[in-house]
Design a protein around this ligand. Structure first.
Ligand code: SF4
Ligand code: MG
Length: 325
């Protein structure tokens, strides 16, 4: 299928100022040289623990965080070279759904006003048409037009996330970047929202980047999954390969913690030593070497490059790549 989004060598560094937190000046490399493609109609899951740079990657694509370096091309248009005004226009086609719908919905505005806002921002429709679109999209996400005059606090968490999804859909985007859209919801509600997102994807021909901290959540919704660790993409593959034959030791450890529904199938849990190192001061070489059960001498010195090792399956690990000395 067609390439919709190309992310090349994306970097987002946040400066640390001298003296802050007792550190010397330098950069936190929140996103460090991340590259991936997203194809039309697919869902790409991006998974990693908190602080791995997955949210920052999503925001840097939209230039809500201005990238430090790298190139993002969406639908043939190079987003990273657009002016601020052009970028605002381009956001009509790429929308975000946030983790906490309550925090992202203005509590003083009615649902109608919240959903109408993106239409006004992008100059879509006359007042009457906009109102109709609001009612239409409320129905599309499974709410009643009768809810339009209510305020966010009058809805449950799951309903609020439906409103967050409706808001993202208002401008008829091609790509939705959903940043942990179900993490704040009860498990039973999570499934409903995931089902809704899958239905909307089919009905409206949407492409998703689905960010999560848990491989279990993205398994069924994702065509491909990328795993991030300390600002880098360490593995990317189609879902089946990633879940059946994970290559990176970090992915293997994450997967070993995901419960398997089939009790006849046993998987030994891999416990990682220690916590994630601070992104202010990441380890040299492979940033995972301080926790990796397979770390070799070379891992402490040489950063493994992210390379395709099988058809569509890429990994950054010296176990799978020849080290170029
Ligand atoms: Fe482990 Fe070395 Fe592979 Fe890093 S490069 S994941 S430390 S084996
Ligand atoms: Mg996050």
């Amino acid at each position: 299928s067609n390439l919709l989004l190309k992310v090349e060598n994306l970097k987002k560094y946040f400066p640390i100022h001298k003296g802050t937190f007792g550190t010397k000046s330098g950069d936190v490399k929140a996103v460090d040289d991340v590259s991936f493609d997203v194809y039309e109609g697919e869902t790409l899951g991006i998974v990693g623990e908190s602080g791995c740079g997955k949210s920052t990657t999503g925001r840097a694509i939209l230039r809500l965080h201005e990238p430090t370096d790298g190139k993002v091309t969406f639908d043939g248009m190079e987003l990273t070279s657009l002016s601020k005004g052009q970028m605002r226009k381009a956001r009509r086609n790429i929308q975000m759904v946030f983790q906490d719908p309550y925090a992202s919905l203005n509590p003083r505005h009615t649902i109608e006003k919240i959903l109408e806002e993106p239409l006004i921002v992008h100059g879509i429709g006359k007042a009457k048409e906009r109102k109709q679109l609001v009612y239409d999209y409320l129905e599309i996400v499974g709410l009643s037009p009768y809810h339009a005059k209510r305020y966010p606090h009058q809805f449950s968490g799951g309903q609020r996330q439906r409103i967050g999804i409706a808001r993202a859909l208002m401008t008829n985007p091609k790509l939705i970047i959903a940043d942990e859209p179900v993490s704040a919801l009860d498990v039973s509600i999570q499934a409903q929202v995931l089902n809704l997102m899958q239905k909307l994807q089919n009905d409206l021909n949407l492409t998703y980047i689905f960010i999560a901290h848990d491989l279990g959540v993205v398994r069924h919704i994702s065509d491909r999954v990328g795993v991030m660790y300390l600002g880098r993409m360490v593995e990317l593959a189609d879902s089946e390969s990633l879940y059946e034959t994970p290559l990176h030791p970090y992915t293997q450890a994450l997967l070993s913690a995901v419960p398997i529904p089939d009790p006849t199938y046993q998987r030994e849990q891999i416990l990682l030593a220690g916590d994630i190192p601070s992104p202010r001061n990441p380890p040299q070489g492979c940033t995972f070497h301080t926790r990796c059960p397979f770390a070799m001498d070379v891992c402490k010195v040489v950063t493994p490059s992210f390379k395709e090792v099988k058809n569509g399956h890429s990994v950054a690990c010296h176990l799978h790549n020849e080290v170029q000395q």
